[in-house]
Design a protein around this ligand. Sequence first.
Ligand SMILES: Cc1cc2nc3c(=O)[nH]c(=O)nc-3n(C[C@H](O)[C@H](O)[C@H](O)COP(=O)(O)O)c2cc1C
Length: 391
Amino acid sequence: MLRFYTAGESHGKGLIGMIEGIPSGLALSSEDIDFQLKTRQKGHGRGGRMKIESDRAEIISGVRWGVTTGAPISLFIENRDWANWNEAMSADAKFIGSAQPVTRPRPGHADLAGAQKFAQKDIRNILERSSARETAMRVALGAVARKFLDAFDIKIGSFVFQIGSAVMKSAADPASEKGLLNLSKKAGASDVRCPDEAAGNEMKSLIDEAALAGDTLGGKFTVFAIGAPPGLGSHTQWDRRLDGIMAQAMMSIQAIKCVEVGGGAGLAETPGSIIMDEIFYNAKRGFYRKTNNMGGFEGGMTNGMPLVVHATMKPIPTLKKPLRSVDMATKKPFKAAYERSDVCAVPAASVVAEAMTALVVSEALLEKMGGDSLDETRRNYDAYIRQIAQF
Ligand SMILES: Cc1cc2nc3c(=O)[nH]c(=O)nc-3n(C[C@H](O)[C@H](O)[C@H](O)COP(=O)(O)O)c2cc1C
């Protein structure tokens, strides 16, 4: 079983994360993690904070001499801004009152509902944790999961295909492993993580226009996993269906408002005779499909095709353009306007989605294969692959 948690505030000392269940014997270094952290911080439309923070993960436990021991792996990412916040965010009661309480809830944030729920008069006690700063640790933990998946040649990738009204012209073929990997590779070279250069330039112009207008933009991205064997997840119980678990993982990312699996919403328009992924067989490949409209999931299980999921991110809710809200203390209306914030974080969200995909697929793989050491997991995996080949 694979479990993970994150903790930490946006302007606290740092973020901590723990992942338990990664088998022993996996080579892991902080460089493996830092590469992913860097990718999350890039992107046209990110705010000033990305210039302050240059994230690095410190491995605190679970790894000895570059190899996992099977013990819980814990990580720490320092918040570089901590020096400016160590009194305002201190755990020590002697600093009470060193920062003004925040009483003006921002529309589109956890501020008001969180303050009501946790009975907090100072919204800072909510916003510090609800901030997407937390996703840095998810990306770090996801990098550990990716390293584990590498051992089974399971690859994760993503690309942005829409920001505001700018849309990538050609749709990806969800059945083509090579095609998906190629799109993700091209996305890695783009400031907006869009593999289509013309669409990417349009996206950048829209982001610049939005920034000038004090506005923000949302968008859509695709995330995929290639190489997962058939039979991860299960049809036997509602909470074991892997497409459901994947959707929850995507929806758990701040500002994601819609998740589609495979053909998603578009499946409603096409008759079943056209859209189902028909089954073929030959001795070399075994059972296979020519299409992947179901996004690699049937009956809540992987079917051996690429796992393809699309997510929609709402526009960033913190704007320079004022939004109406009401002060919690005075009950008087005010207009919320902020300076430092992302204009568009869709590219970064796609990197977070890769991390969540890696974590979900790793958990499903470990649930199916078991194993406390990588060798044991591999033996079980190889035996299962043989079982499928002989089926
Ligand atoms: C990678 C990433 C970066 C984000 N950056 C910001 C930001 O700079 N400013 C902001 O207001 N919201 C940002 N958000 C979105 C908010 O965190 C999110 O909308 C808010 O916490 C409320 O959650 P909800 O939209 O899921 O309801 C970001 C989200 C992600 C995934």
